[in-house]
Design a protein around this ligand. Structure first.
Ligand SMILES: [Zn+2]
Ligand SMILES: [Zn+2]
Length: 273
């Protein structure tokens, strides 16, 4: 069983903790991981205003190169014990593809492992942060017409992200594809989205991308399941889509959290080749 945590945040995340990079590495060694990828939220594209109430969704552009230098330095410090990926969790934001490509073209050569995620939804050129809070989720439902419509819009955006042309340095792993379920225990959809999810898996397979097997949802009281949930994982495995475990840790002690629950799922490492 390959133990690699491919989705880890850092003190550069404005909504995370100040746990230093070496604390994550020490925790990884303690847990017997072969490695981890630091995937901090990439700076939001030029001209995009963070719609979240606290405006703390991502690291600022000014910090980007300091972040990369820190990860490079920790990578050489731990090179005997751990494989460390230098990455970003890049937002796909409909309408900002050019700005996102520009950022990726600039920084891409320094990165070794990144994730492409959707957190922001575009509805009639207003943007919403879908995973911020149940209250905001309900606001979005009101704006787009229904809870089901939010899910629909989310899956549509994820599919768009997979098919988008973001240049040579486009991340090849797709983040938490069922994040729309984050508040499902309080705000359940009324229909299944199997068809949309199936289309997403097909597109991931066609493009040769991998899937972020993101477990943070399991410990969210309003979600209680991984992104994606087990039945979708099974299908992804059947389709031979590589799964990369992601704790989405925002503090060192969340690294590879509850690993034992995931035995039996064949996992990949983005740096194994
Ligand atoms: Zn975060
Ligand atoms: Zn994310």
């Amino acid at each position: 069983m390959l133990k690699y945590d491919g989705h880890v945040h850092t003190p550069f995340c404005p909504h995370g903790t100040k746990d230093a990079l070496n604390r994550y590495c020490e925790q990884a060694i303690k847990l017997g991981l072969s490695g981890l990828s630091f995937t901090e939220h990439a700076p939001l594209p030029d001209g995009f205003i963070d719609p979240s109430p606290t405006q703390d969704s991502a690291m600022s552009k000014e910090q980007l190169y300091t972040y990369i230098e820190h990860v490079q330095s920790i990578q050489s410090q731990y090179n005997k014990e751990l494989k460390i990926g230098i990455g970003l969790e890049v937002d796909f934001i409909e309408g900002f593809e050019d700005q996102t490509s520009a950022l990726l073209n600039e920084v891409g050569p320094l990165l070794t492992d990144s994730i492409l995620s959707v957190h922001f939804l575009n509805h009639k050129n207003s943007f919403y942060c879908m995973d911020y809070s149940p209250e905001i989720f309900l606001d979005i439902a009101q704006a787009v017409g229904s809870v089901d419509a939010v899910h629909h819009l989310y899956y549509q955006s994820v599919l768009q992200s997979i098919n988008a042309n973001l240049g040579t340095y486009k991340p090849n792993r797709i983040g938490h594809i069922t994040l729309a379920n984050k508040f499902q225990k309080r705000i359940p959809p009324t229909q299944s989205f199997d068809k949309e999810i199936n289309d997403i898996l097909q597109a991931i397979q066609t493009n040769g991308y991998s899937l972020d097997y993101n477990v943070v949802g399991i410990r969210k009281p309003l979600c209680k399941e991984s992104y994606p949930p087990p039945e979708v994982l099974k299908q992804a495995i059947k389709m031979e889509i590589p799964l990369v475990f992601g704790s989405d840790a925002h503090q060192a002690k969340e690294l590879a959290i509850a690993w034992n629950e995931y035995t039996g799922v064949p996992l990949d490492s983005p740096l194994s080749s």
